[in-house]
Design a protein around this ligand. Structure first.
Ligand code: BES
Ligand code: MN
Ligand code: MN
Length: 475
């Protein structure tokens, strides 16, 4: 029998081929016209879990998109991991900016380009292939493995939480394992111990009951676009701080130790700026770039509309205007509290001359975990072996709202072993996954199973350190 490493080296072509098969399915969860494709992706994942050797696999229908569950429980007495990921993807617009079609996976310069390559299909597959490698090369796996792969992460995971709660017993495990984040940099493996949360609102401003000629009426009524942008301009002060009353009340400050650890990371503002062609970096005064992105909350306008934006000019005072705004949150801000405070603030600064409606679209909790947990350390050893360099522990600015639910519900450590890269173009044209990251990721996933299965990494009883809110607060 080939060793695990030999097996992985011999099966590279097939592993790439299978990733391309999954990437070719346009599982855009937000697009109702793609619902059948989303279901097809779920079926593909189900079939792949079965082929990998899972002994029980099912596709759970929901009122939204299906959840795929699979398990291999052939290591009684050993720890159990629960791998979470998502097979749904973001829309592809603007499609004209893709160099090759988003659902025709193409390899160029050692990268596979397709929507979902990094977020999250490639990162889901590494764990399926990691389990399969153990079963084919060794006839067994050092840990029991459960998979929960959902199809609604990109639209708020609304049917996953009820599924998790209804299946709490079946999902019992010693650690949750997720690859849906990035490595700190190419050649710098990392384990993520914190994510930001999110509060997403829509603001609708109404003026008159119809659009008006700006000559006949301009100057005598309030223009809703003017009113909206004046309101938005009142959200941050000159030092980049959010002025919504109470916005920072619950913000947990990073410790001196943590700030020092950030300073020691191989980050350069100059390189960061260059990598995104930004004319200048900007943010809250008194914080470094990594702090601004990882430990400070933000307010951003994601979209704004109203009036005329077609070719040429039209003199009009529009009847309506609107904006989508979102706030990235940090521990211990509550998305609902923040949404409430932001809504109250917008109402309070709205001019009487317009009607302002604020809608709460969705939200998610931030998450932070102690890095000294044995499962985190095991993941550190796994990526070190797979990528040949000592890992760093990092936080990330993105959000995976369901992680906080796993943490609170299962009371086990969540191990975020992302193998994507920050330049993977997530949610943007030309999304890609570096193949070196994919091969390294498959190794890391299979090594993690060894590291957790061998010895004290995560005893089958779980509970090796106090957890929950109080433990997280100490992180
Ligand atoms: N995989 C991302 C989250 C992510 C991206 C974490 C980059 C860390 C670094 C996930 O698929 C995602 O896009 N999440 C959304 C939140 C959701 C509620 C739509 C996000 O962060 O905007
Ligand atoms: Mn994702
Ligand atoms: Mn995403």
């Amino acid at each position: 029998m080939a060793t695990l490493n030999e097996y992985l080296a011999q099966n590279r072509d097939r592993h790439l081929d299978e990733l391309k098969q999954l990437l070719a399915i346009p599982s855009v969860s937000t697009d109702p016209a793609r619902a059948a494709d989303v279901a097809r992706a779920a079926d593909w994942v189900r079939d792949r879990l079965e082929a990998a050797g899972c002994t029980h696999v099912e596709v759970e229908r929901t009122d939204g998109h299906p959840i795929v569950y699979g398990e291999w429980l052939g290591a009684p007495g050993r720890p159990t991991i629960l791998v979470y990921g998502h097979y749904d993807v973001q829309p592809v617009d603007p499609v004209a900016e893709w160099h090759t079609p988003p659902f025709e996976p193409t390899v160029r310069d050692g990268r596979v380009y397709a929507r979902g390559a990094s977020d999250d299909k490639g990162q889901v597959l590494i764990h399926v292939l990691g389990l399969e490698a153990h079963l084919r090369a060794n006839g067994s796996c050092p840990v029991n493995v459960k998979f929960v792969i959902e199809g609604e992460e990109e639209v708020g995971s609304s049917h996953l939480e009820p599924f998790l709660r209804a299946n709490k017993q079946r999902l019992a495990c010693d650690a949750v394992v997720v690859s849906d984040t990035a490595m700190f940099a190419k050649g710098v493996p990392s384990i993520c111990y914190g994510l930001r949360g999110l509060a997403y609102l829509e603001i609708l401003v109404r003026g008159t009951d119809r659009d008006l000629h700006s000559g006949t009426y301009g100057g005598a009524v309030v223009n809703p676009i003017n009113a909206l942008v004046e309101m938005l301009a009142k959200v941050k002060d000159a030092r980049g701080r959010v002025k919504i009353p109470g916005f920072y009340d619950a913000v947990r400050r990073p410790t001196v130790t943590e700030r020092r650890a950030f300073q020691a990371l191989p980050h350069s503002d100059r390189r960061f700026q260059k990598s995104i062609a930004a004319p200048e970096l900007a943010g809250e005064a008194g914080y470094t770039t990594l702090e601004r992105v990882w430990v400070r909350p933000t307010f951003d306008v994601n979209g704004i509309w109203g009036g005329f934006s077609g070719e040429g000019a039209k003199t009009v005072i529009p009847a309506r205007a609107g904006a989508k705004v979102s706030m990235r949150l940090v521990p211990d801000q509550s998305p609902r509290e923040i949404a409430r405070k932001a809504t109250a603030y917008f109402k309070s600064i709205a001019p009487k001359s317009v009607a302002v409606e604020v809608r709460n679209l969705h939200g998610g909790e931030a998450w932070i975990a102690p890095t000294d947990h044995p499962a985190m350390q095991a993941a550190g050893r796994a990526v070190r072996r797979a990528f040949g360099r000592k890992p760093v522990f990092v936080r990330e600015g993105g959000s995976i709202p369901i992680i906080a639910t796993f943490d609170e519900m299962l009371r086990v450590p969540c191990v975020l072993m992302g193998i994507g890269l920050n330049d993977d173009n997530l949610h943007a044209p030309n999304e890609k996954l570096d193949l070196d990251q994919y091969w390294g990721g498959i190794r890391a996933a299979s090594y993690l199973m060894e590291e957790l299965g061998n010895g004290e990494a995560a005893p089958a009883t779980g509970r090796t350190s106090p957890r929950g809110r109080s433990a997280r607060r100490r992180a």
